[in-house]
Design a protein around this ligand. Structure first.
Ligand code: NAP
Length: 528
């Protein structure tokens, strides 16, 4: 793949490739500072883009059964697999990630798509999903009701974050396309290249009805103005942007649905029984260090607060520090490097400011930036070494519980007893994930349930799952992703539960014979 000449990445709308006009924004290599490509969404005919997707692609997609659409997802998987090497090259250049971190995004996307394809195939020839059995509304059962789910007859608009240009597209598009809803994706500008390239490959493969998948790179200006009452919007990004979006008339007046995945102060809790020297303690330490450094901590699910019994604070600090010190930060093209750059200089500035903000109340236990010598990457790069902060009395902290620093940064937090630990975890005001570490599986029952109402996912680990556990921060397509409150209140994935967002539920009441006839060409809405 030729990366030498920065090109203007075209947008794909209304079944056509269109170059934006006007001002272009440059996409850069966060390690070298080189310009890689340009984007612009200025001058696009957005009315045509939305109406073509809604009126031409939507009916064509919904003429297919769920099983047929699942088969298209499998074809997308094959197309993405065939171009995987190019995706890795783009990620290295545009996101500054080492190969194992690019895999989280690229192979995570492919695995998620293939999982949804397999689950979708079980829906077979159906065109309608049923929600429970018929219920009589008359004493003689002549008149009854049955609830049905039908795909929403609109467009799914995705406004995505910079940290998952591949997975962020496909974990949502898999569910939307399987539901029969066309997709328009607006990737975050700084890493839009990978999303745009994947869309280009899938479009070129001719897998989907024309207009089913569109990509708009650059500014989001005007997109929400086109959102109608049957469209759905998925936003992934910061809580501040989410708040701006929620106030738009698309939602306040036209009642379009919005799913928000926002920032999150996720925690990991070392339970009181997991003494230093026991396997669960080691699992906790490994996971905290890994979560801090995978994708340079630019994961919405990363551990931001590591909660330990106050008496084990020093032991945990020493063990995590020892692991972090092994991290080799720098240019992902150098094979000795284990952690690449942040995605941009703007993110580097934000992370360094965030660290300083937390340092006002937390001590610095390890700072990978002191005397840092980043490998093959100068001070002009967006590299930041891992930083472990600490607060022995967790309850005395404010900032550490409400400031998400989106980089290789976490705070070790001391707690007094399990009730205190649960209260501290809950100070996130709703988060994507909390993980528990114990040597006793059943001892995790009470904290798991006590934290489930404030977390989209509870990840519990004991020594019996040392090899099989899927990782605190990895979003498995079989499990729910999202979180209440501060995390945005969204829900994605969770197997076929993901289809719910793209469907409208209706209660069809009528003669028993009609209600029975609704079961033709239909299957029960799957539970997972
Ligand atoms: P961001 O600045 O809020 O941007 C997110 C997206 O919104 C980008 O595509 C951005 O476009 C767009 N945008 C910005 N202002 C907008 C506006 N006024 N109207 C419409 N769209 C607008 O967030 P980010 O910095 O890319 O992402 C980092 C954050 O995302 C972190 O807080 C992280 O926790 C969160 N995140 C959450 C999840 C999750 O699943 N819960 C996953 C990943 C990330 P431009 O790029 O063109 O500005």
């Amino acid at each position: 793949m030729d990366m030498r000449t920065p090109a203007l990445l075209e947008n794909y709308v209304a079944g056509q490739w269109v170059a934006g006009s006007g001002e272009r924004t440059a996409l850069t290599d966060p390690v070298t500072g080189d310009t890689l490509a340009f984007v612009s969404s200025a001058g696009l005919d957005l009315d045509a883009a939305f109406s073509y997707a809604r009126d031409t692609a939507g009916p064509a997609l919904r003429a297919l059964s769920y099983g047929e659409r699942a088969a298209r997802l499998s074809q997308i998987v094959a197309t993405l697999q065939a171009n995987r090497d190019d995706y890795y090259a783009i990620a290295t250049a545009n996101a500054g990630t080492v190969a194992t971190d690019s895999a989280v995004d690229i192979d995570g996307a492919i695995y998620t798509l293939s999982t949804l394809a397999k689950l979708g195939a079980t829906l077979g020839d159906a065109h309608t999903l049923l929600d429970g059995a018929a219920v009589p509304l008359a004493k003689d059962a002549s008149f009854a009701v049955r609830h049905v789910f039908r795909p929403t007859p609109g467009v799914a608009l995705f406004i995505n974050a910079f940290n998952f240009p591949a997975w962020g597209l496909w974990e949502k598009a898999a569910a939307a396309l399987l539901s029969g809803v066309p997709v328009i994706v607006k990737p975050a500008t700084s890493t839009a290249w990978l999303t745009q390239r994947m869309v280009a490959d899938v479009v070129a493969a001719g897998i989907l009805p024309p207009g089913s998948l569109s990509v708009i790179c650059g500014s989001a200006a005007g997109l929400l103005d086109r959102i109608g009452p049957f469209d759905v919007v998925s936003f992934t990004g910061s809580a501040d942007t989410a708040a701006t979006l929620r106030a738009h008339p698309a939602f306040t007046q036209r009642s379009a649905r919005i799913n928000v995945e926002a920032d999150s102060l996720n925690s990991a809790i070392l339970l009181p029984d997991a003494l230093p020297g026991t396997p669960a303690f080691d699992q906790f330490v490994r996971e905290v260090a890994r979560e801090m450094t995978v994708k340079s901590g630019q994961k919405c699910t990363a551990i931001r607060r590591a909660l330990v019994p106050a008496e084990h604070f020093d032991a945990a600090a020493a063990a995590i520090t020892e692991r972090l010190a092994r991290t080799v930060v720098g240019n992902p093209r150098n094979e000795t490097v284990t952690m690449g750059a942040l995605v941009s200089l703007a993110q580097k500035r934000a992370v360094l400011e965030g660290i300083a903000h937390l340092q006002a109340e937390a001590e610095t236990l390890y700072d990978g930036n002191r005397d840092a010598a980043f490998v093959d990457a100068g001070p002009q790069s967006a590299c930041v070494g891992p930083v472990l902060l600490g607060l022995r009395d967790g309850a005395s902290g404010v900032r550490i519980h409400d400031t998400e620093v989106f980089g290789p940064v976490a705070t070790l937090v001391g707690y007094r007893d399990l009730d205190d630990a649960i209260a501290l975890a809950r100070r996130a005001q709703g988060a994507l994930v909390v993980s528990l570490y114990s040597n006793d599986a059943v001892a995790m029952r009470a904290p798991a349930l006590a934290l489930a109402d404030a977390h989209g996912r509870v990840h519990a680990v004991d020594p019996s799952v040392a090899k099989s556990q899927t990782g605190h921060g990895n979003v498995m397509p079989q499990s729910l992703h999202g979180g209440p409150g501060r995390a945005g209140g969204g829900e994605e994935l969770g197997g076929l539960r993901a289809l719910r967002f793209y469907h409208v539920r209706s209660a069809v009441q009528g003669p028993a014979a009609l209600v029975e006839a609704l079961t033709q060409d239909a299957v029960e809405f799957p539970k997972g």
